[in-house]
Every structure is written in C-alpha cells, then in structure tokens.
Design a protein around this ligand. Structure first.
Ligand code: HEC
Length: 211
C-alpha cells in the first residue's frame, strides 16, 4: 500500500513538473497556423461540447423562430457582424476565416444548424474562449436580437445568394433589436451588400487592400 501511494505521488510530481516545463519553456506553440495534436484538440473539443451542452440545457427556445420578421431582423445583423467569419450564401471564403484556428464553421450548410437553436443562442451570447468567437452580449446586443440571429441562421441554408441579399437589404442593417444609441456607436456602418457584390469584402488587388 505504501509503495502504491509512493508511486501515485511520484506520478503526480512528475506530471506537475512536466506541466511547469511546458508552460515556462516556451516550447508550447501558440501559433494559430500550428494545429494542436489530435489528443489536445479532442480534449478541447470535448470540453467545449460538454460545456455548451450543459449551459444551454435549460434555455427556453422561443416557438416563433420560423417567423419571417425574426429572420428579417436577424439578416442585417448577421451580414454586419458574422458573415466575415461564418460565410453567407454567395459569399466566398474570407481571409479572416482561413486564418482563424479553430476555423469558424461555415453556417450555410443545413447540418451546421440542425437542432442547435439553444446552443447557438448561448454561443452567440457568451462567445467561446480563445477561439475568435466573441461574446456578443458584451457589445450590448439584447436576448431578443440574439434569437433573431438564431432564427436567421436556421433559415440561411435554404437561401440563394439573391434571396440573402434581398433579405439583408430589407432588414434594419446593423441594429441591435432597436436599442437606442447603438446606431450612433457605428456611424460608418453600411454593411448592406449590393446584389452585384454578395461578398462585401472587396478584393481590390490594385491599391487599397492589396497583397
Ligand atoms: C472573428 C470571427 C468570428 C465572428 C465575427 C463571429 N464568429 Fe461565430 N465563431 C467563430 C469561431 C472561431 C467559432 C468556433 C469556435 C470553436 O469551435 O471553438 C464560432 C462559433 C460559432 C457558432 C457555433 C457553431 C457550431 O456549429 O459549433 C455559432 C452559432 C456562431 N459562431 C455564430 C456567430 C454569429 C451569429 C456571429 C455574429 C453575431 C458570429 N458567430 C461572429 C468566429 C467568429
């Protein structure tokens, strides 16, 4: 028994020492273009899935997510705040998406949104640590406007590029569910894409943003 306990203790001490070396040596690569090992990735993925599942479990999902008004209101905010990372119908992959690790999921596919309403609400409201997914509630967006975004995301995989653009144009642009004052914080925002430019991020290779 004593030997067993000594063994456990030695393992713990060695583990702690390795942990300290990993943290202080600088050997751990924090670069976004150097993927985690499969084991570390799986651990983080499982922790994230379990956490979101637990926190979103008791959320009451509104019964009117298919409501056209909700979808319309969500469209403008989605185009302004999310499409650059999560894409949209007719929108080509973005530089920011390619460079992020983990890569933001492409939310234009039906399998990306199926049965995920409560979890999506929680993720949009609280964000995901060290991933690039912001906690949008910190910016002042209200719960109702977050459900509008969830409603829009559920509808998005069924939209053509033209339908997407039309919906964004009919939306109130970048408004946080009618909160007064928020528009004033974004005086230069005009994220409404024109029909000829579903990809609002123009790739000008002559001057401006050129590589
Ligand atoms: C700067 C990039 C970025 C922006 C902008 C962004 N997200 Fe994300 N989002 C991410 C990343 C990265 C993840 C994946 C995080 C992870 O899996 O650890 C994510 C995850 C999600 C997920 C979970 C998807 C899934 O299948 O797991 C949803 C839903 C989501 N974001 C919605 C939104 C909405 C709505 C907006 C706009 C209000 C938004 N995001 C803006 C980067 C972004």
């Amino acid at each position: 028994m004593k030997r067993f306990l000594m063994g456990v203790l030695a393992t713990l001490v060695t583990g702690a020492a390795l942990g300290v070396v990993a943290v202080y040596s600088g050997l751990f690569d924090v670069a976004a273009d150097a993927p985690h090992s499969r084991f570390v990735y799986r651990m983080i993925e499982t922790a994230r899935e379990q956490s979101i599942e637990r926190h979103a479990r008791d959320l009451a999902v509104p019964g009117d997510l298919a409501d056209t008004e909700r979808v319309r209101r969500g469209a403008g905010n989605y185009a302004a705040m999310c499409a650059e990372c999560h894409l949209a119908p007719g929108k080509a992959d973005s530089e920011i998406r390619k460079g992020l690790y983990p890569e933001p999921p492409d939310l234009t596919h039906p399998e990306a949104v199926a049965d995920m309403a409560a979890q999506h609400f929680w993720i949009i409201k609280h964000g995901i640590k060290a991933s690039g997914m912001p906690a949008w509630s910190r910016g002042g967006i209200e719960d109702g406007a977050i459900w509008d975004l969830v409603a829009f995301i559920q509808r998005m995989p069924t939209l053509t590029a033209a339908q997407y653009v039309a919906l964004v144009e009919s939306s109130e642009g970048h408004s946080h569910g009618g909160r007064s004052g928020t528009e004033a914080m974004h005086p230069d925002d005009d994220h409404t894409p024109s029909p000829g430019n579903a990809d609002s991020h123009e790739h000008s290779h002559s001057g401006g943003h050129a590589h």
